[in-house]
Design a protein around this ligand. Structure first.
Ligand code: SF4
Length: 445
């Protein structure tokens, strides 16, 4: 006899619906579909075709210390010459890309990520922003930055105030000392509290905490304590990600003791209880793993139906074109996704030779854009209009979700039901023409 499904907070655990690993859908086609070939020509074509508002993403692939769980393309910021030559290359790319753009192109947002942008000197950050302002048309940008609280110096806080950065995202992950030690990221609570106070004083009005569940030694009580600390400290936004242990793909994760990782049911329970705790603390759920205080722009985007999803996750950024600068950075155009060369040495050679750095990517067909719009709408708005041919093709694979009341139809609208959050990516994956069924991605929870 099959066991009755288990209920955790607002969610019901159906392991059979989570058995298939699915992408995070920060793009469609996803990065797994990117081809390994020079994408300089499509990148050049796409850059020259852009008109109107765009956003910039600037990648700094360095960190003061490398955390064991981290899947980012980053390395230790321990050699001044490497940092200096990377920044020279980035300046060269900024000049080269900006020269290709039509005069109507206007930058509305600039995001700095990595790595940890504050691994470079604060005055280098000021030089970078100056270069962007000089080379691009940037009338009134919203500037955001990812911050490692452990290396947020007074000089950096001065730079943040001077530049006018208004949004910051802090890598926190967990407040628990034992869990921190187990993932190779030891950061005392005081470092985070000091960073919060300094950022507020420097004019940052929206602060996100990145947190994780599914970590070694973490249990329900430890996660609840971390969420309690985060809300008490006044994080405006919280992203609560599930840790994906894939040491065959991310060798630095081998240092994490896999025998101490919570099992799949415990992960699901933590995600469910975390969701409930944050909602009870007054946060608006945003998509399937973000939360924001009601006054924050991300919560308003979710409530107003204009939430978007791009390579940075859920966003209120409405620009359809995102230009990525720096090694590994991904650009999003209507016609293609293009990823810059990952290797910083080769990236330096390309930009030094006056070439564009796009080395992988995928062209987007009209069909890709149609399916991508469905996937984005399901994940961001919780519903999507589905063309008749797609609905027909998806019917059988949607059935298990419909039978469990996780979805319903209203005419041609597919609507995600209450408690569908942990299954949202799996439901969206039904409209993904590229998924062949093999396990290459992280579990949806
Ligand atoms: S500070 Fe952030 S980007 Fe750097 S290694 Fe740690 S998790 Fe990765």
């Amino acid at each position: 006899m099959p066991m009755p499904p288990e209920h955790f907070a607002d969610w019901t655990y159906y392991p059979e619906l989570l058995a298939q690993a699915v992408p995070r859908y920060t793009s469609y086609p996803t990065a797994a579909e990117f081809g390994d070939e020079s994408f300089e020509a499509p990148q050049r074509e796409a850059l020259t075709a852009v008109r109107g508002d765009v956003s910039l993403y600037v990648h700094i692939p360095f960190c003061q210390e490398i955390c064991w769980y981290c899947g980012c393309n980053t390395s230790a910021a321990n050699r001044a010459d490497r940092l200096a030559s990377y920044l020279d290359a980035l300046h060269a790319e900024i000049r080269g890309v900006s020269r290709l753009l039509h005069p109507s192109v206007k930058v509305s947002r600039i995001a700095f990520g990595g790595g940890s942008p504050n691994a470079i000197h604060a005055h280098e950050m000021v030089r970078l922003v100056d270069a962007l302002l000089v080379n691009f048309r940037v009338p009134w940008p919203v500037i955001s930055i990812e911050i490692d609280p452990r290396s947020l110096t007074p000089a950096w806080l001065t730079a943040i105030r001077g530049i006018g950065i208004v949004k910051a995202s802090l890598g926190v992950q967990t407040f628990d000392p034992q869990v921190q030690a187990a993932i190779g990221r030891v950061q005392p609570r005081d470092d985070i509290a000091r960073a919060m106070a300094g950022l507020r004083k420097s004019g940052v009005d929206s602060i996100n905490f990145d947190l994780m569940y599914g970590l070694p030694f973490q249990d329900d009580a430890i996660l609840a304590q971390t969420l309690d600390e985060a809300t008490t400290m006044g994080a405006d936004r919280i992203a609560l990600f599930g840790y994906a242990h894939v040491p065959h793909m991310i060798p630095r994760q081998r240092r994490i003791d896999a025998s101490q990782l919570p099992d799949q049911v415990a992960r699901f329970r933590m995600a469910a209880q975390g969701y409930r705790q944050l909602v009870d603390a007054g946060y608006q759920p945003v998509g399937f793993d973000h939360f924001a205080l009601p006054g924050d722009g991300l919560a308003q985007a979710a409530l107003g139906g204009h939430l978007r999803r791009n390579f940075q996750g859920f966003t209120d950024d409405q620009a359809s074109v995102l230009i990525g600068l720096g090694s590994t950075a991904i650009s999003q155009f209507d016609s293609a996704y293009v990823q810059n060369e990952k290797n910083t040495g080769r990236y330096r050679m390309l930009t030094g030779a006056g070439q564009l750095a796009g080395r992988r990517g995928v062209r987007r067909s009209a069909e890709d854009r149609r399916r991508g719009a469905v996937i984005e709408a399901l994940l961001c708005q919780g519903e999507a209009h589905i063309d008749a041919d797609l609905a027909l093709a998806a019917a059988a694979r949607l059935m298990p979700f419909a039978q469990r009341d996780l979805i319903r139809w209203d005419g041609d609208r597919l609507i995600l039901g209450r408690g569908s959050e942990p299954y949202a990516r799996s439901i969206a994956a039904v409209f993904d023409a590229y998924r062949s069924g093999e396990r290459r991605f992280s579990s949806a929870v």
